[in-house]
Design a protein around this ligand. Structure first.
Ligand code: MRU
Length: 299
């Protein structure tokens, strides 16, 4: 199966090499992990991120831990929102092909965070759809994605590599562009999807879905079946990771907020199913998802 040029995860038989996404787009360096603990640390510190890529890395971590219960527990705790699973590159390709059929010629496609090659085994979910629709002369609007800047650093980088026209905006510009008719469709990934179709994804996704509804813009979620968690009845049961205050107080070595101020840093939010136009999976597109329709995907 052909991968994209970006290789976030390299398995070398006795060790795992992870592209250190903290330094992108400035540097392309790999972190080598030889133990399950090292993999867990890399996940926690966002060397590798994105639900499918975390799932892949964690699976290799279990192999490095020789399947020991302790290794599994350490990895399961490293970031709570992503379900641990092995990403299937073929699923990404299928999502890309099915999703591309929904995209009209010359569409201006808004995306949030990074659901690209870097977040998966190597093609992407939301960016997989965008890659597959490249021939339609589309352009991309990448939201910066505060506070960790996955959109500015990672999605913008992937789009530049792929030579897909891409405009970067800060998150608070999205509504303005929508109100001006400058966005034709929104496509995002998902970190986890509950049985009723509620979608947990990068913080800011919910606000985009609300605004897209207000402006009559289709809002699609691209996700493999492994992202669904049928045991979770609805989005209110999805654990939301709270990340360190430092990420909000500043960025890398620069701090702009005063010491002593209280900070909230939820990494994800939940978009209710009724704001989702369709979920694009490798088994088909579920329009206006409901619990009943989603159940059919698993039978
Ligand atoms: O905190 P991150 O960067 O791991 O968050 C990633 C996302 O929210 C992605 O949209 C999601 O995991 C899907 S990646 C195919």
């Amino acid at each position: 199966m052909k991968k994209s040029a970006v290789q976030p995860i390299r398995w070398r038989g006795d060790r795992l090499e992870l592209l250190d996404q903290r330094f992108l787009p400035d540097k392309t360096v790999y972190v080598t992990c030889r133990t399950a603990e090292q993999v867990a640390k890399a996940i926690k510190e966002m060397v590798v991120r994105g639900a499918p890529a975390i799932g892949c890395a964690a699976a290799f971590g279990v192999v490095l831990g020789k399947g020991a219960k302790k290794a599994y527990e350490v990895l399961a705790k490293s970031r709570p929102t992503a379900a641990i699973y092995e990403e299937d590159l073929a699923a990404n390709r299928a999502i890309g092909e099915l999703g591309a059929q929904l995209i009209k010629e010359r569409s201006r496609v808004m995306t949030h965070c990074n659901a690209g090659a870097l977040a998966t085994a190597g093609y992407g979910t939301a960016l997989g759809v965008i890659r597959s629709a490249k021939g339609k002369k589309i352009s991309v609007i990448a939201n910066e994605t505060r506070p960790y800047l996955q959109g500015a650093r990672l999605t913008a980088w992937e789009m530049v590599q792929e030579k897909i026209p891409c405009t970067l905006i800060t998150d608070n510009m999205a509504g303005h562009l929508m109100s001006r008719g400058e966005v034709d469709v929104v496509i995002v990934g998902a970190d986890r999807i509950a049985a009723n179709g509620d979608v947990a994804n990068k913080i800011g996704t919910y606000a985009l879905a609300v605004m897209a509804k207000r402006h009559g813009i289709p809002f699609y979620v691209a996700a493999p079946l492994s992202t669904f968690d049928p045991k979770i009845p609805d989005g209110s049961h999805i654990p939301i990771e709270e990340r360190p205050a430092d990420e909000v107080l500043g960025y890398r070595k620069t701090r702009w907020a005063p010491k002593g101020v209280k900070v909230r840093n939820p990494a994800f939010d939940v978009t209710p199913a009724d704001l989702v136009t369709g979920i694009i999976t490798e088994k088909g597109v579920v329009m206006h998802p409901t619990r009943e329709q989603l159940q059919k995907l698993f039978t």
